[in-house]
Design a protein around this ligand. Sequence first.
Ligand code: Z2T
Length: 832
Amino acid sequence: MKSSNKKIESYFTKPGVGIGNVGLSKEDIKTSFLEKLFYSLGRIPVVATQNDFYISLALTIRDRVFRKYVKSLEQYAEEDARGVAYLSAEYLPGPHLGNNLLNLEIMEEIREALAELSLDLDELLNEEVEPGLGNGGLGRLASCYMDSLATLGIPSIAYGIRYEFGIFKQEIQNGWQVESTDKWLHNGNPWEVIRPEISFIVNFGGHTKHRRDDDNKLHIEWFPDSEIKGIAYDTPILGYQSTAIILRLWKAEATESFDFAAYNLGDYYRAVEKKMRSENITKVLYPNDENLSGKELRLKQQYFFVCCSLQDIIRLQLLQGRKLETLHEKFTIQLNDTHPSIAVAELMRLLLDEHHLEWEEAWKVTKNTFAYTNHTLLPEALEKWPVSLLRNLLPRHLEIIYEINSRFISEIREHDFTGEQISRMSLVDDRGEPTIRMAHLATVGSYKVNGVSALHSGLLQEQVLQDFAQLWPEKFTNVTNGVTHRRFLALSNPRLAALISEKIGKDWLTHLDKLKGLESFADEEDFRRKWMEVKLHNKKNLANHIKELTGITINPEMLIDVQVKRIHEYKRQHLKVLHILSLYLRIKKDKDTNIPPTAFVFGGKAAPGYFMAKRIIKLITAVGDLINNDPEVNEILKVVFLPNFSVKLAQLVYPGADLSEQISMAGKEASGTGNMKFALNGALTVGTLDGANVEIREEVGEENFFLFGLTTKEVENKKAEGYHPYKIYSENEKLKRVLDFLMSDELTNGDPELFRPVYDNLLNQDPYLLLEDYQSYVDQMENVYKVWQDPGKWARMSILNVANMGRFSSDRSIRDYCEKIWKVEAVKMQSE
Ligand code: Z2T
């Protein structure tokens, strides 16, 4: 198209016709696409870049998605339905364009339309920069849930933060992780629409004043010392063949009024500086997944987006002519972890101070409005805010939290709780510097609390929230996580999707249970062959990208063994490394080359302040350098670290994986969702009885899952009886050889300090029991290799894994939320 020098009018079948056309035919789209290029971008093909073409296409598609959204809104309004507001500090939507084309069912039409203009759809898809507005599983889960909410037609809206910089970009330099800022908005963002009229003021700091009126009624007023404006940016999220919902992200801006005084005094620069400081609030995502930053700015972000979102919800309630006393009848608000849990205090403040409800009434509304999802049991990830910080930043909220707490404590005093239990349950932890336990605030202020897998929900009730579960057993429930099979199978693995549809039809796109129908073909020779041909094709594709991204060549026939997820000690990437080193030493020292050729692929980011996680990345790359460059080994083994793992990369990796590594210490991974995405794409799993692995194994059958390691109970017992990793080290010769190799010159290039922190930690503490589980892991890997040598058996297991993934669709999770928690129903869409 670049070389074309046709006149503009000649692009249209009928000159000037087609404006406002949102039809889905090839011709409609072509016309709209050109209109966008000419009139929205002011470009002609000769000078247009690939990015201009991408933007034009995105705008074309956005119009059509908005049309669906407007239709959905109309229907929701007509039915006056009960709805869900999802509050999450993180979202990882992944690239929008491909998913919207899939859900509009126009992928092929668009491909042809572009081809007729000499453009390549894949190249344009590749132009999109994804919004990295989350750390990992929790943010991606929120986006999977939006896909299912939209597809199922659940009246809903999702709220979050429009970070200007998302999760940092990861590069590997000299084997180490190096971070740089993610400037995802630099080419503009065609998917969002600014809503300047939807904006709210958020206050911070200052003090409160209490006064009694003539009737002795207490009035409390908050005199903040700064204010910020939040502005809504809407992105439509389209469901499959159906409705669209809105992701509403708030951006912080300075208010004009507040600095007016300074401005009038001629202190223009001070005013501008203050403006810049306010806009800091939504500058950057905190890149810690399961660790606290404890930073004031993080609390500001949380309060900022919660405050805007609640004001918006109240606006919607009042707009529909309803009273706030019935807010909980029309809305339920889901708290995605404790990140938005200050909402409990904020809703109380809004109802009490701004809308003048009585405490009892306000509390009834509040605790019937919120529901809370917990995503981790790791103590270092449980949010606690210092009382002193809250007093400075949110003095009125601190008062409200104290009041909630004192009423709560008097309530539990009536029950048979011991003094110890009562201080354990208190919202205030005053054993050191006083802090507020946000998980307790969320639990007390919600009508339901859930964990994210059966195992995790059980442990939540036995460990972190056990006293609360004893007090309110009916408040606790489980909703096992799920993933959208539309993005993670239909879109990212089109060949497997086509093969499946050929056998069982297309119903699985909306009813994943239908995959069960594949079971009867698992023994069919011809089907198995086609199945493995698709896998091989995907592996070639992955190998090509690996070559491009890292320069490392892998033979697509190799067993591709993948561990992609955030780098964390509890996830035990270093256990995988120990296994790889055991194979390396077998080849080098024992001259045992009877190992199936395997490519080990890693990917994932380490929190920038997490010393050990960054060391583990260096360890992986050092092992890779050693193995990939040794001709005695590199025909058999390859080790790859894929930099900058993202949704986009994920969509490439899952389809090309043979083996999925889910090897966390039992009791630590709340659910995991990568485990589901791998299995959905026909990878077999080697894993522990942790998180949702337990349920995956139940579904696919124990004979189709490579299990190893201690159970949660056994881990507890082991720790209780006193765990001695050094003893295991000294008694297992092969393991000792592997561990000692961490300190060898070959691996460390003569720097004995390089991996000493890993080595010392494993020999002396080993908090995640790598040494304890080592032998059982290595043994199970031998079993993996045995099955791998039998391609027919492997294919059969792979098919059976996919056939039994029905339960792990996020559609099922959302239906569970609707039934068990929200009591919200789908709205039927009138077909057009
Ligand atoms: C996160 O991704 C998860 C938990 C967190 O706890 C924080 C973040 Cl950023 C505060 C993950 C869990 O580790 C994972 O097991 C789970 O599948 C995922 O959330 C979604 O529930």
